[in-house]
Design a protein around this ligand. Structure first.
Ligand code: PMP
Length: 326
């Protein structure tokens, strides 16, 4: 019987979910005073759960640095009056606003950031000082790609499907003292306290992705943990960024001091040429290089599982394309 068939109340599955949590705590260095929750609904469901549970004073600060942080901000508007505390999309280049560009409200219930902007191709290169206001971090597209100091955050969350496991699992890591009693009107499954009380098994959890997460964490341990993953990811991204720095055809539209290691965005400045590149690359066995439909251009997503050989093959093809089109 496989993990997809057995009861989630069985001893075998109990060992799996406990091992997955213990390994996540050990690999990420999650302190004892944080709860780890295995939820469903994707990171998008967190966009609603967070204000429903934590925006009890009626306002929170959202830094809008990409498509997903914007969606989180818009969702929070259904539950109160969140404010935009900063923006990273209002210039030609995508960027991460500096500390002195943030307008932080000392009375906010929390500050929300998205560490790695999957579509814009930026990543926070510093942790904002919120002056004691709890900080929440959407790490969906960078979790497990490098070490993180969990103690800086009141909450971290991530959809599993980039670096953790197949879609269907969402991980939330919440500091004990940030958890709050919530109004009775909050639906059962959207109440963090009920999920904590049920130890992520108030109802049937996503057993298969939790099992795969356990295996992925064993793989990361074997690689040498998150320090080693960071080194690998930096090497991989450097192959692309170094080439982009010297290319006369391709450029990146990202402020390089906050460049993403997971999502490398670039373009030729000519939408037709970008499309021709994406098509030729796909013909060569390199599909999915078209930028997200909302921003255009080109994007190489090079998550933990993607090998450096693939990045090298891409750059080799970019050089050939450049030689033909320069
Ligand atoms: N946040 C970020 C940073 C993402 O990259 C994504 C998905 N690409 C989401 C949120 C939404 O995740 P989900 O599909 O799990 O709802």
């Amino acid at each position: 019987m496989s993990v997809m068939e057995m009861s989630h109340r069985s001893k075998v599955f109990d060992d799996i979910i406990k091992t997955a949590e213990a390994k996540l705590r050990s690999v990420m260095g999650i302190p004892e005073n944080y709860k780890v929750l295995f939820l469903q609904g994707g990171a998008t469901q967190q966009f609603a759960m967070i204000p429903m549970n934590f925006m009890q004073g009626g306002t929170a600060d959202y830094v809008v640095t990409g498509t997903w942080s914007k969606k989180a901000y818009q969702e929070a508007q259904k539950f109160g009056e969140p404010k935009e505390a900063g923006n990273g999309l209002d210039r030609d280049e995508a960027y991460i606003p500096r500390q002195d560009e943030l307008t932080l409200n000392p009375d906010a219930d929390y500050v929300h950031i998205c560490e790695n902007n999957t579509i814009a191709g930026t990543k926070w290169d510093y942790t904002p000082d919120t002056n004691g206001v709890p900080l929440i971090n959407d790490m969906s597209s960078c979790i497990l790609s490098e070490p993180v100091d969990v103690s800086k955050y009141a909450m971290i969350y991530a959809g599993a499907q980039k670096n953790m496991a197949p879609a269907g699992l969402t991980v939330a890591i919440i500091r004990d003292d940030f958890l709050k009693e919530v109004p009775a009107s909050v639906p059962t499954m959207l109440n963090y306290n009920i999920q904590v009380k049920g130890e992520s098994m108030h109802n049937t959890p996503p057993c298969w992705p939790i099992y795969v997460l356990m295996e992925v964490l064993t793989w990361i341990e074997g690689k040498g943990g998150l320090e080693a993953m960071k080194k690998l990811n930096e090497e991989k991204a450097a192959v692309l960024y170094d080439y982009l720095a010297e290319s006369t055809l391709f450029k990146t539209q990202v402020d390089l001091k906050s460049k993403s290691l997971m999502n490398v965005c670039f373009n030729t400045g000519d939408a037709e040429l970008d499309a021709a590149f994406a098509k030729e690359a796909a013909d060569k066995g390199m599909p999915n290089l078209k930028g997200h439909r909302s921003v255009g251009g080109l994007r190489a997503s090079i998550y933990n599982a993607f090998p450096i050989e693939g990045v090298e093959a891409l750059v080799e093809f970019m050089r050939e394309f450049e030689a033909k089109h320069a």
